[in-house]
Design a protein around this ligand. Structure first.
Ligand code: HEC
Length: 252
């Protein structure tokens, strides 16, 4: 109901407000936390962690983990310049951590898939209202993951994917690199106007930045590293990517 009301009001007022790239109809209406300007967050709560590897809890394949699986999708698809990062706060919404999500999106922790406003924004039928704004909807497997996370209680949880071991043998483009880039990078680095002018969709594009050293360099920098505004890739992920780069960045 709220968004219908908003649309009616919007018909009158919005025409003159539409210039920044992420302006859109209000799907959320909770005031943001004005004290958080870091844009990183994600280090408290029951499953928060400090390196993207969870609290030492082993990953259970039946569970969906916010820190490991949901936050990367939000960072990659929603926090680019002009959108839901701590600086731009489009529509009052900040999606850079669980704390910010809960503080700025109504009903983000409801486990009812019809009432959860994060899920609703991503699955709106009307393309004008659906997020990511003026982009294709998220891939169905990402939507399904968010649905399962909501059904499991929309918790702030995290797990350790690489407990004890990191196997860097057998890393291929299709089994590791492509899914990683898709989840962590392509939200910003694909489409008609990729951020920083870097398009990372497809093997040839990724191989270019692998071969010129940029790919490894940007994920291992101490500041302004990629994924921009997100958590640094954990050590095992970085090592696996390096193994693939060192082996020639093959399309395997
Ligand atoms: C939230 C948006 C966002 C995400 C997610 C993101 N990037 Fe970027 N990336 C940018 C922006 C913006 C720039 C332009 C430079 C800057 O602002 O730091 C950039 C620049 C780059 C560059 C060029 C850097 C240079 O110095 O020439 C590379 C390479 C890159 N990103 C790779 C990646 C990779 C790999 C990932 C995933 C692990 C990733 N990015 C995730 C926004 C993003």
């Amino acid at each position: 109901m709220r968004s219908i009301l908003f649309l009616m009001l919007c018909g009158v007022f919005c025409a003159g407000l539409m210039f920044p790239s992420c302006k859109h109809d209000s799907v959320f209406n909770v005031e943001p936390d004005p004290t958080d300007t870091t844009g990183t967050g994600g280090n408290n709560g029951n499953g928060g962690n400090n390196g993207g590897t969870g609290n030492g809890v082993l990953c259970n394949p039946d569970s969906v983990y916010f820190e490991n699986q949901i936050l990367p999708i939000l960072i990659s698809n929603c926090t680019e310049s002009g959108c839901h990062n701590a600086q731009d706060r489009e529509d009052g919404v900040v999606l850079t951590s669980y704390q910010n999500l809960v503080a700025t999106v109504e009903n983000a922790t409801l486990n009812d898939t019809h009432e959860n406003d994060l899920l609703k924004a991503l699955t709106e039928d009307d393309p004008e209202d659906r997020m990511p704004y003026q982009k294709p909807p998220l891939p169905q497997e990402q939507i399904n993951l968010i649905i399962r996370w909501v059904q499991q209680g929309a918790k702030n949880n995290g797990c350790n994917e690489n407990a004890g071991q990191c196997d860097v043998s057998n890393v291929t483009f299709s089994n590791f690199v492509q899914p990683l880039i898709q989840t962590r990078c392509q939200g910003c680095h694909s489409g008609a106007a990729p951020q920083g002018g870097i398009n990372l969709a497809g093997h040839a594009a990724v191989k270019t930045v692998a071969d010129n050293g940029k790919l490894y360099e940007v994920i291992t920098r101490t500041s302004n590293f990629m994924p921009k505004g997100g958590q640094k890739l954990d050590e095992c992920t970085t090592n696996k990517l390096k193994a693939w780069i060192d082996a020639g960045a093959l399309n395997n």
